[in-house]
Design a protein around this ligand. Structure first.
Ligand code: NAD
Length: 351
């Protein structure tokens, strides 16, 4: 199996590349521009392995994408490259439109050209997986869940750009027959998560005795999924999902942000005792404009039709994640030093 992964140096992309190379034995070409969010250190486990290769390129660069696809001849393209941080999209939307919309359009066109030239079983088996977020559905009230038929209603420049790219992906299926599958997932957490995001930011600030910024009153609810569960879901969806269809991915782990932060403090207090409980470091900050109140995913379709189950529950996943950050300072220390100060106030999980 030959798979192109875009954005494979990012948080979810690197978990997917590790899964495909180490657990599945696939040949993988990772295409990544290496923006601030891309980090080859997350791929040290696959570096130098037979079957793994890396190309530093921008998905908006059509000629580079055409050449990569023509040379590698993939059975599947799994498209994760994106600008992914909601707060950055509010202060600078242009890159989100460029990468998430124009970049996805470019890849769809390149994939269409390549797929049209395939024949027989290879053409039949080819798949393009477009990886997206539950944020395209907007915000929920206290009840209800996002299903695959929930109307799109994005709130932020980030989610609007992802919604646009989802529509393009589906249109390329309906109009041209390109075998595209779309997945929409809830918030991910786990190892190798960039330190500007809520969970790693909280862990590292708490360890350093710094304030733990939380938007508003911390009552926004997110549905958390361990990143390795997401990686397995993506492999299953691209392998067995129906072209033209959408699959929601979620962990059935709804938590208020404030409870996530408190849980991390409790785990850290147990593992690395401090003089004072780390909850005292919580600092509520002015809420983000357009902040969605609640996201929660109904993953029934993925569970019943494709047989997927999340393996990690939130409490064990958080403990594993905290332990990972304690054991892997080599990975986060350079990022923290480079980006500290620039983004320290950001508390919102992004996906
Ligand atoms: P990330 O920001 O950690 O990684 C994105 C990767 O894409 C980086 O390695 C970056 O260098 C690369 N990239 C950015 N622009 C590029 C370009 N123009 N060309 C090539 N590479 C480029 O993001 P993530 O959290 O791993 O998310 C991956 C995908 O999953 C995104 O499409 C995101 O929308 C989606 N998603 C994320 C979450 C989440 O909780 N993190 C949840 C659901 C869906």
């Amino acid at each position: 199996m030959r798979v192109i992964v875009t954005g494979g140096a990012g948080f979810i992309g690197s978990a997917l590349v590790r899964h495909l190379v180490l657990d599945k034995g696939y040949e993988v070409l990772n295409i990544d521009k290496l923006t601030y969010a891309g980090n080859l250190a997350s791929l040290s486990a696959v570096e130098g392995r037979n079957g793994y290769s890396f190309l530093q390129a921008d998905i908006c660069d059509r000629a580079a994408m055409e050449q990569a696809v023509a040379q590698f001849r993939p059975d599947r393209i799994m498209h994760l490259a994106a600008e992914s941080h909601v707060d950055r999209s509010i202060t600078g939307a242009a890159e989100f439109i460029q990468t998430n919309v124009i970049g996805t359009f470019t890849l769809l066109e390149v994939a269409r050209g390549y797929w049209s030239g395939l024949e027989g079983a290879a053409k039949e088996a080819f798949r393009f997986l477009h990886v997206s977020t539950d944020e395209v559905y907007g915000s929920l009230g206290e009840d209800g869940l996002f299903t695959e038929t929930t109307p799109y209603d994005p709130s932020s420049p980030y989610s609007a750009s992802k919604a646009s790219s989802d529509h393009l992906a589906k249109a390329w299926h309906r109009t041209y027959g390109l075998p595209v599958v779309v997945s929409n997932c809830s918030n991910n957490y786990g190892p190798f998560h960039f330190p500007e995001k809520l969970i790693p930011l909280t862990i590292l600030n708490a360890l350093a005795g710094r304030p733990l910024p939380v938007y508003g009153k911390g009552e926004n609810v997110r549905d958390w999924l361990y990143v390795e569960d997401h990686a397995r879901a993506l492999d299953l969806i691209v392998a067995t999902g129906q072209p033209g269809e959408t699959y929601n991915v979620g962990g059935r782990n709804e938590r208020r942000n404030i409870d996530v932060v408190r849980r991390i403090c409790t785990v850290l207090d147990q593992l690395v005792p401090a003089e004072r409980p780390r909850e005292e470091l919580i600092a509520f900050v002015t809420d983000r404009p357009g902040h969605d109140a609640r996201y929660a995913i109904d993953a029934t379709r993925l569970e019943t039709e494709l047989g997927w189950r999340a393996q990690e529950d939130f409490d064990s996943g958080i403990e594993k994640t905290v332990r990972w950050y304690l054991d892997n300072e080599w990975w986060w220390r350079p990022l923290r030093e480079r980006y500290d100060g620039e983004r320290l106030g950001l508390a919102e999980p992004a996906k």
